[in-house]
Design a protein around this ligand. Sequence first.
Ligand SMILES: Nc1ncnc2c1ncn2[C@@H]1O[C@H](COP(=O)(O)OP(=O)(O)OP(=O)(O)O)[C@@H](O)[C@H]1O
Length: 318
Amino acid sequence: MTTDPTLAELVDKATATRTGPAYGHDALITCDRLVRVFSTDGVEVQALQGLDLLVRKGELMALVGASGSGKSTLMNILAGLDTPTAGAARVADHDLMAMTARDRLHYRRKVVGFIWQQTSRNLLPYLTAAQNVALPLQLAGGRRRSRARAERALELMELLQVADCRDRRPHEMSGGQQQRVAIAVALACDPAVLLADEPTGELDSHTAQQIFAAFRTANEELGTTIVIVTHDRAVATEVRRTVAIRDGRTSTEVLRRSEVDETTGHETLVAREYAMLDRAGRLQLPAEYTRALAMRDRVALDLEDDHITVWPDDSGHS
Ligand SMILES: Nc1ncnc2c1ncn2[C@@H]1O[C@H](COP(=O)(O)OP(=O)(O)OP(=O)(O)O)[C@@H](O)[C@H]1O
């Protein structure tokens, strides 16, 4: 027999919902209904339209999406180079909406490391590789002496297998070597997060693989959380989690896990695609699914024990 809840029970329930853990409370990166509107010449472009994204500490993940879907806009916000129009964004306990100019400088120097697509943009052309890697340490201040800074720079270059380039200037290195030195620069101050926007865009596929291996080394050896924007399908399939952005929102996610065959011991990577359900219960169905069943405007739903079915509209109403 069921009884109607008392007013006191309803109040308790509402309070419990309000005081429950906040969205993304245990994530390193939280984007909560993030909006970024650009206005140029009276025309508004909604680059981000309520984007939700959670990234946990220690993840190595890829962001993919068509040109203009909002990937760079998101990366610039996470890098502290741009501010959202609305919504909330937190990275390693820093509220990106509430930072002063001073906080922002500290954030960019110590909390995030950034790698751009253009190899030439990541390094100062008149400094050697070792000087480039030591520079962020110098700018960040602290008590590290110049010798200790040089040692740290060399350690990072060894980890990324570019120690032999230490005395070379960027134009004396290949594109792949420059990007690996750029990763060392970005890691110099031991950031919580490494952000890379198309880091392999200017490189051939073999060199792109080496860069990707360098990201993996940083992730595994130093525990750095890494978010990579990429068009490169090969890179996207090497990470455990690929999030797709469509029209300024996260639309689907591919998760990969290893499965070991019990008889042969052979390990294979199994991928599964997921759709994103937002906190209002909204779900974006893939266009190819809705097209295949001529679904538009209205669909019928049935709740089963362990799943929900979605049927084409059979109401006869137009
Ligand atoms: N500073 C800006 N001023 C006006 N519009 C902008 C600005 N930056 C981005 N946009 C617009 O916002 C939308 C998203 O752009 P964004 O660069 O984030 O896309 P993207 O997914 O990174 O694309 P690509 O893969 O081509 O780099 C686009 O329509 C773009 O024209």
